[in-house]
Structure formats: C-alpha cells, structure tokens
Write a protein that binds this ligand. Structure first.
Ligand code: 5AD
Ligand code: SF4
Length: 450
C-alpha cells in the first residue's frame, strides 16, 4: 500500500476535474471525490481537457440524462488520445447499473466506481495507480455508512449533508433502489460532527440529503428518528438554516411538520413529490398513498406552518395514464397551488416494473401533457410570488448575479430566488439581508435591500 505521504509526492503538480450530473446526492458525492483527490495531493484543474484524472459522476434516473452522459464519455475518448496517461473514472448510478457493459463499449474508461464505493475512492485509485486494482467496483457490499475525511464543498456557506443512502420504496418507475441499494442511515453523532465541523469552517446553511429522509433511522429499528435528527441539528450552535430533501408523502409524519413549526432554524419549505394526481396511477406507481391522503398532508402542513412554501415533483405519461388521470394531476396542482414543481416526462427504465407495463404513452402525448402542466404551474408560481410583493424577507445572500455584478441574488427561507441592486453597498456570500419585495416573476422576485 502506498502511504499518503508517497502519494502526495506522486500527485505533485497533478490535477483532477469532476464532471457531475444528476441529483443533490451526486453533488455531495462529487464533493467527497474532490476531498479524497485533494487529500492525495491533486489540485483542481480549470478545465477537464488537461486534467490528469477525470471523474464522470453519472445519473440514470431518466434516459435523457443517460444519453447526455454517454455523449460526454464518447467525447473523452478523443480527449484522452491527446493526453496519454490521463485516468478516466466513471462513477455513480450508470457505473452501478451497467458495470462491465459500459467499459466494454467505452474502453477509454479506466475505472468504474459503483455507488457503494464513494468512501473508498482514495484506496481504489491508489491501488489502480500502483497497478494492483481491478477496474470495476460495482458490487453493493457496503462496509460502513459513516463519513470520515474531507469534502471539497462547492459553496462556501451552504453545505450538503447526506444523512442516509439508498431507497427501499421501489416506486415502479424508478431505477434508484436498484442502483443505490437499500436504505442505510448515518448515525446522529456522525452527522452532527460533520455539521459542527462545517460550522467551524463558516458554513451557515445545511441541507440534509436522502432519497427518502422520512425513513431516516428506520434501519436502526427506531421510529421518529428524522424529527429527532432535525431537532438535534437545530440545536447545533452556529447553524442558521436547515433544509432537507427528499420527503415521501407516505412517510412524512406530523412529528416532522411539528419540528419545522417549532425549530427556529428549519426552513419553511416542504418539498413533497406527489408524482400523479390520480389514485389509480399512484397505486400503479406503488407510492403508498392516495390523492386524498396527499391533500390531507398538505392541509396539515398549512395548519402548522401557514407561510410554508410547498414544492413537488410530478411525472406525466406514466403507463396507462389516460386523459382523465392526467386531468386529476392538473386539478391537484391547481388545488394545492404549489410554489414550484419539477415536472418530468415518464422515462422507461429497463429493469423497473413500469417498463413492462401495458399502455405506454406516446411521446407526443407526453410532451403535450407536460406543456399543459407547466402552463398551470407557472400561473401558480407567479401567483405565489406576487403574494410576496410589499413584504420584507430574510434572504441569505449567495453572490452577484451572473450577468450584472451590481445585482446580488439570494434565497428566502422558503427557497425563493431574490434579486436586488447593490446600490453601492457591499454584500458577502452567506450574509443575511432583509429585502423588501417589489416585483414578482414566475421564477424569481426582485426587491430592495433594507
Ligand atoms: N421517469 C421520469 N421521472 C422520473 N423520476 C424518477 N424516475 C423517473 C422516471 N423513470 C422523477 C420523480 C422523482 C424525481 C427525482 O425524478 O419525479 O421524484
Ligand atoms: Fe425512486 Fe420512489 Fe425511492 Fe424516490 S422514493 S428514489 S422515486 S423509488
């Protein structure tokens, strides 16, 4: 085994680049890959072309993501031809799903790292460079879910904190349980330690991540653990904002909503994907709740936290979805009046039960439904944002906007994007600013700093 010291010497002057795709969990994993690479002595390259090590962190939740990533992996073949010795690692959900098939088709890949091996990346790479390692790590044997080491975080004030990995739900359209394995939770102590360390490094906002955060701790055989974790993180001195995602409507308990209502630092934003408005489709999706139960949940959220923003994920064109089913999705969207929604066209994922279901909906029908859905939701978003006009909100400043250094942007506790002119004042990322809203648009609001 090469010691860290030798490795740092071996990596001197060498660089890495991570091409990241997909969800927040992947962003968090990428921060851990970067942390391990920097521990080994690599520095971040400005551009992937010249990097000594490229990590492509992949996503396979929808076919469109997969196609884009395969295009990029293809491009890397030519890049590597111009850079002999460059190491190409393909990590994440596609590496897990396709394993050997991927490397056979794309021999420019040096290392395939499945989702169970994020924590052992440093060892895998060390062995590979010493010519000891295999090329494919796609088993699901997970030694430990606790986190040790470093992350190189993208943001200087907002930190992703994975609290659990995997999913036990097997929604019939979803590939995630097959590529991320069963639920494994980190211990509260391990999570709190990471939060405390990040606070010491100046972090203010913490987003607790998991495929189904409401199941946190169930693998320890205990109930109500997510609400306990929220309260515990709320008590960490220096924590200013807590977010979490993603919630499952079936598992979202009153205890969690109460924790949000009572804890000073937990943000009033509930992201609760409902996926489809028809109970018949929900049953076929294996979601474990009905339309009525979902609406009850939203009522409970509004009873405890009247000013909460409620956001969601929706799939259109699940197999067998009729015009009537789809209209139930539209009517639910209107009834709830979501602040925002992530809307997706159903994508057939081979190996999932829905891929084999009859009544696959033609693409043109799915596209037309998506457009109708987005039009309804855009009206909701604009209406909700218009309700903010004339009121003052606490905004966590993020930075100057991309195209105008004299305009800053940030987010409210309800996760609304806010822009305001600096008017000669200096702001810093992570600073709390009170902004009075004067203009509302579909995707953002504008205001004046007080
Ligand atoms: N097709 C379309 N959307 C999907 N999602 C998950 N699987 C699929 C699929 N096969 C969506 C769900 C989930 C979000 C992260 O991605 O809405 O909440
Ligand atoms: Fe996929 Fe359902 Fe698990 Fe979410 S809860 S990751 S949609 S299987």
């Amino acid at each position: 085994m090469i010691s860290d010291k030798n490795f740092v010497d071996a990596a001197e002057g060498k660089t890495y680049f991570i091409l990241n795709y997909g969800c927040q969990m992947n962003e968090s994993d990428a921060e851990h890959y970067a942390g391990q690479l920097e521990e080994m002595g690599y520095a971040k390259a400005d551009d992937f072309h010249n990097a000594d090590i490229i990590v492509v962190n992949t996503c396979c939740v929808r076919e469109s993501a997969e196609k884009r990533i395969l295009g990029k992996i293809g491009e890397l073949k030519r890049v590597k031809e111009n850079h002999p010795g460059q190491v190409i690692c393909v990590a994440g959900c596609m590496a897990q799903k396709d394993g050997e098939k991927l490397i056979k088709k794309h021999p420019q890949i040096d290392l395939l790292i499945g989702t169970a091996h994020v924590n052992s990346f440093k060892k895998i790479l060390t062995d590979f460079l010493a010519d000891k390692g295999g090329r494919i790590y796609d088993d699901m044997i997970i030694a430990d879910s606790e986190f040790e080491g470093n992350r190189v975080r993208q943001s200087g004030f907002s930190a992703w904190i994975p609290i659990m990995y995997g999913c036990n739900n097997f929604c019939t359209y979803c590939i995630v349980p097959y590529v991320r394995g069963r639920e494994r939770s980190r211990s509260i102590e391990n999570i709190v330690e990471e939060v405390e360390q990040a606070v010491a490094n100046g972090y203010k906002e913490f987003t607790l991540l998991g495929q189904n955060v409401n199941s946190y701790g169930k693998d320890f055989g205990e109930k109500g653990m997510f609400a306990k974790l929220l309260r515990r993180v709320n008590d960490v001195p220096g924590v200013e904002r807590i977010r979490y995602m993603t919630s499952h409507p079936r598992d979202m308990g009153e205890d969690v909503i109460q924790a949000v209502a009572e804890c000073e630092h937990i943000c009033e934003n509930f992201h609760v994907p409902f996926q489809a408005g028809s109970s018949r489709i929900l049953k076929m999706m294996n979601r474990g709740y009905t339309r009525e139960q979902y609406l009850e949940l939203v009522k409970m959220i509004r009873r405890y936290v009247p000013d909460a923003a409620v956001t969601t994920d929706i799939i259109v064109g699940f197999p067998g979805e009729t015009e009537e089913d789809f209209e139930e999705t539209l009517s639910l969207v209107k009834e709830v009046g979501f602040d925002a929604a992530y809307t997706f066209i159903y994508s057939k994922r081979s190996g999932t039960p829905a891929a084999k279901m009859e009544g696959q909906v033609p693409l043109d029908v799915k596209k037309a439904r998506l457009n109708r859905l987005m039009a309804v939701q855009n009206e909701n978003s604009l209406k909700r944002n218009e309700e903010m006009v004339g009121k003052t909100y606490e905004v966590l400043a993020e930075g100057p906007s991309a195209n105008n250094p004299n305009v800053w942007s940030g987010r409210t506790r309800t996760n609304k994007l806010v822009l305001w002119p600096t008017e000669g004042r200096t702001f810093t990322a992570g600073q709390k600013v009170n902004v009075k809203i004067c203009n509302a648009q579909t995707w953002l609001v504008k205001g004046q700093a007080e």
